[in-house]
Design a protein around this ligand. Sequence first.
Ligand SMILES: Cc1cc2nc3c(=O)[nH]c(=O)nc-3n(C[C@H](O)[C@H](O)[C@H](O)COP(=O)(O)OP(=O)(O)OC[C@H]3O[C@@H](n4cnc5c(N)ncnc54)[C@H](O)[C@@H]3O)c2cc1C
Length: 315
Amino acid sequence: MCVESAPMLAHLVPGPLVRVFARPYVAGESLDEALRVARRLIDDQMILTTLDLLGEEVREADEVRSNIEMYRRTIDAVADDSRFQRSGYRPWGSALPSVSLKPSAFTVEAMEDATGPITELAEYADQRGVALTIDMEDRRYTDYTIDLAVDLYQRGLDVGTVLQTRLYRTPKDLARIPEGMRLRLVIGIYPEPADVAMQDKREMKEAMLTAADQLLDQGVKVEFATHDERYLERFLREVAPKAPDRCELQLLLGVPRMTFIERMRNNAFGTMLPVRLYVPFADNWDDATAYLRRRMAESPSMVWLVLRNLLPGRR
Ligand SMILES: Cc1cc2nc3c(=O)[nH]c(=O)nc-3n(C[C@H](O)[C@H](O)[C@H](O)COP(=O)(O)OP(=O)(O)OC[C@H]3O[C@@H](n4cnc5c(N)ncnc54)[C@H](O)[C@@H]3O)c2cc1C
């Protein structure tokens, strides 16, 4: 398949097929199914999770209200589930799933309108002992997201955020992350133009190592999120030993990396870190299908990666 044809293909694929395609990457069609997946991961494989309701760029005020409601239910469900409390696995003091959200899921107009709902959810999550991460969307959101997340963290809430190393501005943004805050490092999923972002993936991943090193020096908790095993290994060998108690590996549900995790746990790389999977779940399949189509169209390479990972033999 030609990668360039993927955006068009993404729009042509019928909804039910998108669902089949997305199956390994989406925990299920309800909060209950997402919780089942999270419990199975912690109980069977000692893998932590962060739960994310699929959907973004809402168009109706009703959708904003329903997203707020769904996140409150998610926070309650996680906090009330004694099976997470019972788990003996406590890397950063808790085996509770965290929650991840996207600002564009909480506003229909100006992005600033998302501040109220996100603040309310961050306060609620914190009261209930659940950590919250504000995902990073495209470059229009970068300043907004950093400002909001840092402000909430400095008010004492357990809020983290994400930086994308493809952006040339990121080395400056790193300096704004305060000591003790959680920061997920990614290359970034949104294609950005060459005047503001690197275009070469290897360069972006090298920048992840440099950024992680700087963040650890600043006392930040680093969530290193890539599936590239060469860079996971280099992070474990070259960067994490500096402060392993402030490092975590993060992966997307459905991308097969169990062999790597087992090798790490058998001490193949000298450092052993907690692993957390990003677990997206749907509430409404129409929204989820639209979301997945957009993702496939925006990131043509994803279509190819997904197909490759479906080949037998990967775990
Ligand atoms: C936990 C987590 C949270 C994230 N949060 C954000 C965020 O808030 N904002 C943001 O912009 N980006 C986010 N991302 C996405 C990230 O920016 C990258 O787009 C994504 O991780 C792919 O890049 P890579 O570093 O894995 O390298 P790649 O070179 O793209 O991938 C390396 C290998 O991993 C596999 N792979 C990677 N991605 C996929 C996939 N989607 N499906 C199937 N196989 C795959 C393939 O085998 C590929 O060869 C997140 C990623 C993770 C893991």
